[in-house]
Write a protein of this length. Structure first.
Length: 184
């Protein structure tokens, strides 16, 4: 770091370069990781800053990662999150692979096959209308649940109107000591 600062870069530029390097290194694993999280955990946690200045966590099940260092989610139930993001767009997203098989295998073998989670720093954009493609993606994801009693209560078509994009600015893998030391 001292060398980079000595090379004419400001400390915040070094931090931005490190974040960009982490994004480029880890982004190819994000989509497979996202599939594992959606199968095992159902929701990501999104941290935002509440009106009173305290951090607030919100579970979001509709988070989707895109190829261009961006995520988006439907604003179905997370109305408090939306209000927080209108005031302060900075977020931290946490996703963890909670699969029992993943953890059993990692503990049995004494090493994880891949990192168990990621923290994503980002900046949320304004709420916008959902595209037809986004609505179709969400409906495909929910298709196995359509015949269940609670489906209409939670995901009636009228609820699929608004999404919010998040520009991912940094990605930090979750490491667990020696269990993931070979993945650094």
């Amino acid at each position: 770091m001292v060398h980079a600062i000595g090379a004419g870069l400001e400390p915040h530029q070094v931090t931005e370069q490190a974040a960009r390097a982490r994004l480029e290194k880890h982004w190819p694993q994000v989509r497979p990781f996202a599939r594992a999280v959606s199968r095992s955990s159902i929701a990501y946690s999104i941290a935002s800053m509440g009106e009173d200045g305290r951090p607030q966590l919100t579970p979001v099940g509709s988070l989707r990662f895109h190829a261009d260092y961006r995520a988006s989610y439907f604003e179905l139930f997370a109305l408090g999150l939306g209000r927080n993001l209108d005031r302060d767009p900075n977020v931290c997203i946490m996703g963890v692979n909670s699969s029992r098989w993943y953890w059993f295998r990692a503990l049995f073998q004494g090493r994880a096959a891949h990192v168990p989670g990621y923290r994503f720093a980002g900046v949320a954009g304004p709420r916008r209308d959902a595209t037809e493609e986004e609505i179709a993606w969400w409906q495909r994801r929910l298709k196995p649940l359509r015949r269940l009693r609670g489906y209409d209560m939670l995901w009636a078509d009228e609820s699929l109107r608004h999404v919010r994009d998040i520009a991912i600015t940094d990605i930090i893998p979750v490491h667990l000591g020696r269990l993931t030391s070979h993945l650094r």
